[in-house]
Write a protein that binds this ligand. Structure first.
Ligand code: GDP
Length: 827
């Protein structure tokens, strides 16, 4: 540092030439700043050297072209450096040419090797060999590079010329400025080792210099890893397969392992490590299973419960797999028109004589052979309920409907209903005009009557075949079978017998000794002994099968009815049977369905509420029946209600009064209602205690009414699916009258014991005598001892008097109820 004018300047010591700069600021302030200009050190050259330099280099020696401030000594030094560089340059050019050649060859070799290496990478040894070679070459390269580094810098101009344009990165660090060029020259060694090592130039990569080596270490590691994995073969493949594991709400450990394609032992071990001591047959929840799946590196696909049904694949049948199958025929018609007689007549006529009398074991369906050898399958369950319930359960098994109309009776309500059923199901019809033997038979009236219902029979130039038959004397049976056979030909019914069977339950029962048995009509595929299946909420394994003649069979193809043994429970008519691959699948589906059904029941409250019936009916979307059971106080009201109920039916719903009677609702009534999924309507009657308990247990809904209009209205609303918010009565208590007192001024007061719930002054009351309502009204007084009270609890005695009603007797029951608004939802 040097002091100039007493001011310190920043700069290099000695070589500075200070100058002053006056700076002006606002408000007239000024400031003198001493500025140092940097001056290069001047080296005085030695006379001799100066001459030599001057002679040799015009650029360097010519003082006029000499950069300002360069001393002779400096100049001399530079000149010498230049000379030396020039000398080396010649020598280096040759060396470079040789190197370049060598590098080209090297590159070629390297490329070949890389290619070869890639080919050979399959085997680890060769990969390692390649590595060894590469390392050797890299060592050579490193040596060469070190040599180059030791040599003097190349003049800048030479770089772009001598080096291929493909290696510009290598050329860029070289500066044409000599002054700057010296620095890299001094740092060459360090430069190559460190600073440039991070940057990989194409050149470096190709010639395998230090930079390239750095990178190849990582690449090499990866390659080695790859080679190692490949050498290990199958293991690599296994590790690579990441499976999507379908995970239901709960899964059996072995099934989980199966789905992940992992060893069960490994899964169990893994669970144990998580602190869960389970065996392979135990079920774990989805959350635990998810952890396991993740641990094994697979993807979890959470499936909803309903997805378990996906195993039952709806296979699109290839037309070439399809083979003709017999038609399935259902006989429908009005009651007493001869459905049963006709079915029996066909069976008896077509079954080999001798067997005829012995057919005690027919199974709800049978097959007959026509004259021309065509097989026909008849469902032996006449009536619409069977047809509808089958359809409502997803089993549309019927191909042809035979509509039986008695020639002496013509078209009746259930005939129309049958027509509607068939039309709704899109099933073709054949009209069997029965009882043609009757003297008062008028088949043409039947034909014209049918016109009104858009059934135009062939005799009326329509499309629907009509046959005159007599179930009693067998007239026209062959013609009827022919007509069926013709119709089935038109339908071209086909099924694939070579697939997992699907069928529908026609009927099922719990047989003492044989366990649950189901008559199944195979729809497609072939059901074989030993097949595992799910049917509705049940599952099983076909232990044995019997055909319609009671013979043991090993298999049943499309349209063949068989009785199946080996179920774990009794399914319901209309349930669909599907053969599954594994027992686990069958069980899982059955369990899922059972739970879903249970949830549905629970959600709907009671098992047989109006709402649920209607919800079912709605889901069905076809004509359905709303069964009810009616108990009334007197025969007159029962009859009036039944008549009103019959009028309610429309195209979609028909109200069917299963049973109507007079008197209290009994346990028998509840049993019947439960079996038929019907609610009980009590008109001015009540259920007795045991019936009430059973109803609660079984979830049978009991509704009490005191106005016919209300009852009819409710049923109507239910039938049309328009159950609106309603006022529902809630029974809050019952009291039994022990004694009756006459109190002057008040009238008769009933001395009661509250037997159930509470008695509330403000609530509505009914007087029941033998479970029949004899009065409904409000309380005038509710007394506990001498005091007027608002409520009396169960087990306590109280005095009650009715408003405007006096006829109270000991042993009468007082029902205390409140009204609450219930919003009903049907969706
Ligand atoms: P379903 O209610 O439709 O099953 O009718 P049924 O088969 O039970 O028959 C009702 C009544 O009609 C029975 O008494 C039969 O004997 C009678 N019946 C059925 N078919 C004929 C027939 O072709 N001719 C005569 N005369 N009576 C018949």
């Amino acid at each position: 540092m040097s002091d100039t004018d007493g001011k310190k300047t920043l700069g290099l010591r000695g070589g500075s030439r200070p100058g002053n700069v006056k700076q002006s600021f606002s408000h007239g302030r000024t400031k003198n700043v001493v500025v140092e200009t940097k001056r290069k050190r001047v080296v005085v050259p030695k006379p001799g050297a100066g001459k030599a330099g001057g002679a040799k280099s015009a650029a360097g020696g010519d003082p006029s072209r000499r950069p300002a401030g360069i001393s002779d000594a400096e100049m001399d030094r530079r000149l010498r450096a230049v000379q030396a560089a020039k000398a080396r340059e010649v020598e280096e050019a040759a060396q470079r040419a040789a190197e370049e050649q060598e590098r080209a060859a090297d590159r070629e070799r390297r490329r070949a090797e890389i290619e070869a290496k890639e080919r050979e990478e399959k085997e680890r040894e060769e990969a390692l060999k390649a590595k060894a070679e590469e390392e050797k070459r890299q060592r050579e390269e490193a040596e060469a590079a070190a040599k180059r580094a030791a040599s003097a810098p190349e003049p800048g101009a030479a770089s772009p010329v001598n080096r291929a344009p493909a290696k510009p990165a290598a050329a860029t660090p070289r500066k044409t400025d000599q002054d700057r060029d010296q620095r890299p020259a001094r740092n060459k060694g360090r430069d190559d080792d460190g600073r440039r090592s991070g940057k990989l130039t194409l050149n470096q990569a190709l010639r395998g210099g230090e930079g390239g080596r750095h990178r190849s270490m990582a690449a090499m590691k990866r390659k080695q890893e790859r080679a190692r994995q490949k050498a290990m073969g199958g293991n690599v493949e296994r590790e690579k397969i990441v499976r999507n594991v379908n995970l239901p709400e709960a899964i059996v450990v072995s099934e989980l392992a199966n789905r992940m394609a992992e060893r069960v032992g490994a899964v169990v071990k893994s669970l144990m490590q998580m602190g869960m001591m389970v065996t392979q047959n135990q079920t774990i929840d989805a959350d635990t299973a998810e952890l396991i799946i993740e641990e094994f590196g697979h993807n979890v696909v959470r499936v909803s419960d309903a997805d378990v049904e996906d195993v039952i694949t709806k296979v699109e049948e290839d037309s070439k797999d399809l083979q003709p199958r017999p038609p399935v025929i259902t006989v429908m018609g009005h009651v007493d028109h001869g459905k049963t007689s006709l079915l029996d007549a066909i069976r008896n006529a077509k079954v080999v004589s001798g067997e005829a009398g012995g057919i005690t074991q027919h199974i709800g369906a049978y097959q007959v052979k026509t004259e021309d050898g065509q097989l026909l399958t008849f469902l032996d369950t006449p009536g619409h309920a069977a047809f509808t319930s089958m359809r409502s359960r997803g089993a549309q098994v019927t191909d042809i409907v035979v509509l039986v109309v008695a020639a002496d009776d013509a078209v009746m309500p259930q005939t129309i209903e049958a027509i509607n059923h068939a039309k709704a199901a899109g099933v073709p019809m054949i009209v069997a005009i029965n009882k043609i033997d009757r003297p008062d038979a008028n088949p043409d009236k039947v034909r014209t009557d049918l016109l009104q219902h858009e059934v135009i029979v062939e005799k009326m130039s329509g499309e629907v075949q009509d046959v005159e038959v007599s179930a009693i004397n067998g007239t026209g049976l062959d013609e009827l079978l022919e007509a069926i056979s013709l119709q089935s030909e038109l339908l071209e019914l086909k099924a694939n017998p070579d697939r997992a069977a699907q069928g529908a339950v026609i009927e099922a029962k719990l047989d003492i000794g044989r366990g649950p048995v189901a008559t199944v009509l195979v729809e497609t595929g072939t059901l074989r002994q030993g097949d595992i299946f799910v049917v509705g909420e049940q599952w099983g394994k076909v232990r044995a099968m019997e055909n319609d003649k009671g013979e043991r069979v090993k298999e049943a193809g499309p349209s063949v009815p068989v009785e199946v043994l080996g179920l774990n429970g009794t399914p319901e008519a209309g349930d669909v049977l599907n053969v599954t691959e594994t027992e686990a699948q069958a069980r899982e589906i059955a369990e899922y369905r059972a739970n879903a059904a249970k949830d549905k029941r629970a959600a709907a409250g009671a098992a047989t509420t109006l709402e649920q019936l209607m919800a079912n009916a709605k889901a069905d979307e076809t004509v359905s029946e709303l069964p009810i059971l009616l108990k009334a106080d007197v025969q007159g009201s029962a009859e009036a209600i039944v008549q009103a109920m019959e009028k309610i039916g429309n195209d979609e719903v028909r109200v069917r009064v299963l049973h109507s009677g007079v008197g209290a609702i009994t346990e028998t009534d509840v049993g019947l209602a439960e079996a038929s999924n019907a609610p009980i309507m009590g008109f001015n009657v009540r259920a007795n205690a045991s019936a009430r308990n059973t109803a609660n247990q079984k979830g049978v809904e009991i509704r009490y009414y005191s106005v016919i209009y209300d009852l009819v209205d409710d049923v109507k609303a239910a039938a049309s699916g328009l159950l609106s918010a309603e006022i529902r009565e809630k029974f809050i208590g019952y009291a039994e009258i022990k004694e009756v007192f006459k109190v002057t001024g008040v009238g008769k007061v009933a001395g009661c014991l509250v037997t159930e719930g509470i008695a509330r002054r403000s609530a509505g009351v009914r007087l029941l005598r033998d479970n029949v309502v004899i009065h409904e009204g409000t309380l005038k007084t509710l007394k506990r001892f001498k005091d007027e009270v608002a409520e009396v609890q169960s087990g306590q005695e109280c005095g009650m008097a009715f408003e405007n009603y006096d006829d109270v007797r000991p042993k009468d029951v007082i029902e205390i109820f409140e009204r609450e608004e219930v919003t009903r939802t049907l969706t």
